[in-house]
Design a protein around this ligand. Structure first.
Ligand code: PLP
Length: 429
């Protein structure tokens, strides 16, 4: 076995020798001309293949009526056909009366929720555009597209550190209860993007029991990875935020989002919002002006293909078969090559789409650039923080789902080499 010595404990001479050999390795790696993309959490083609049957569920000879007799070919039904509401409710762990089924993307619903709060206000509250200041809490590292929405509306974003049990709730409680300009928090409660952490039961309960200074404070509960487990016998559970908020006397405080983007086809799935009756009535007032109804044939297709929540779960086991080896390949390369060196730490999620890597402070940008130079594209350093600014320049998101396992191994090998090289250079500064 190789001798493990923390880089920090090496003398300048030792580091210089190491740097020379790493540089040689890097030149060889670069000469291979890799062209791999680990930048976005996309399903692989093989995962998409297991959903192809969805396209055969309806055709010109199918009965195209929903359970309540609605002709799905025609206009109508603002909030989704009953069986699609039921499927999405079961996915989120709530009941159909809490659900509106939208179009193909949950991000679109999130944008719409913020946009409406900004222009028209939530449940009769002052529209955010009329306020001097609107702030959002952003657990970090987090999902870049959430931060892009709030940035777009000029909402000030406040970093809240994440731990394995979720956001720092002491900080969240302090901000939310004292500052009426804090109007929301972005949450990915299960298998968070990018760390793969799942909020503990205590975190969920404290979240539901918040006592906001602002009446229109909302938790934006993006349950994007709610059924995306990697292991059948070792999975995280997330409590139902809707009923927790009801129990805590805050029924209107949460908007929950989910979609089948990483279940069926990203871009052609179905997406839904879950929230209280009050909020649903408020939202429908505007939704009815925005559309006469979403794509009911696609809703029908999804329900006929998956049938029910058990069908969804069975389907996700097939996805896990493809994704699991890639996560494990990355984790074993990281473990083999970096453990004990003191130059990085990483998460080992039980689901979701990402692994989060923390390099030595001030190294993330350089590592991502080095990988790119040698043909491996990673998510831009900083992307996991509001305004694209990682204060420590240390976090890197790894997205193992798309490449093949062999490609994943090659990419991981290059990644650890770049981590070593940049760390040595940093220590020599
Ligand atoms: N939310 C999170 C946390 C995600 O990671 C993603 C995609 O990466 C999305 C939402 C996008 O969801 P949709 O395709 O439903 O818009």
């Amino acid at each position: 076995r190789r001798k493990i010595m923390q880089y920090n404990d090496m003398s300048k001479e030792e580091l210089l020798v190491l740097k020379e050999s790493l540089n040689k390795e890097y030149a060889e790696a670069k000469a291979k001309g890799l062209a791999l993309d680990m930048s976005r959490g996309k399903p692989s083609a093989k995962q998409l293949d297991v959903s192809l049957g969805l396209l055969d569920t309806i055709n010109s000879s199918s009965d195209l009526k929903s359970l309540d007799g609605t002709d799905c070919r025609n206009y109508g039904v603002l909030d989704g056909i009953p069986e699609a509401k039921k499927l999405m409710a079961d996915m989120m762990g709530t009941t159909p009366d809490h659900v509106i089924v939208y179009g193909n993307a949950s991000l679109n619903i999130m944008y719409d929720q913020i946009s409406r709060a900004y222009t028209h206000g939530i449940l009769g509250n002052t529209p955010w555009c009329k306020l001097d200041k609107v702030k959002f809490l952003c657990p970090v590292p987090g999902y870049d597209r959430h931060f892009a929405i709030t940035e777009r509306f000029g909402i000030e974003m406040i970093n809240i550190p994440m731990s394995e049990s979720g956001p720092d709730m002491g900080m969240v409680e302090e901000y939310v209860s004292k500052d009426a300009s804090v109007k929301g928090i972005w949450c990915v409660p299960k298998y968070s993007n990018p760390q793969g952490y799942t909020y503990s039961e205590e975190t969920v309960k404290r979240m539901a029991a918040l006592k906001p200074a602002a009446e229109d404070f909302r938790i934006f509960w993006d349950n994007a990875y709610v059924i995306h487990d990697l292991y059948d016998d070792n999975k995280d559970e997330i409590a139902d935020i809707i009923s927790e908020c009801e129990k805590a006397g805050n029924p209107d405080m949460v908007f929950e989002f989910a979609s089948t983007s990483k279940v069926s086809f990203p871009g052609s799935g179905i997406a839904a919002l879950a929230t209280s009756a009050n909020n649903i009535a408020d939202i429908k007032k505007q939704l009815t002006i925005q559309t006469i109804g979403h794509d009911k044939l696609n809703q029908l297709r999804h329900v006929r293909f998956f049938k029910d929540i058990n069908g969804l779960k069975e389907h996700m086991r097939k996805h896990a078969e493809f994704i699991r080896p890639k996560f494990e390949a990355v984790e074993s390369v990281l473990e083999e090559e970096l453990s004990g060196l003191g130059i990085g730490s990483w998460t080992e999620p039980k689901g979701g789409y990402f692994i989060s890597f923390d390099a030595m402070d001030g190294c993330a940008k350089a590592i991502v650039a080095k990988c790119k130079e040698a043909g491996v594209k990673l998510t831009g350093a900083g992307a996991t923080f509001p305004y694209g600014k990682d204060p420590k320049d240390s976090n890197i998101r790894i997205a193992p789902s798309f490449p093949t396992p062999e490609e994943m191994k090659q990419a991981a090998d290059l990644f650890v080499l770049c981590v070593k090289l940049v760390s040595v250079e940093k220590l020599l500064e």
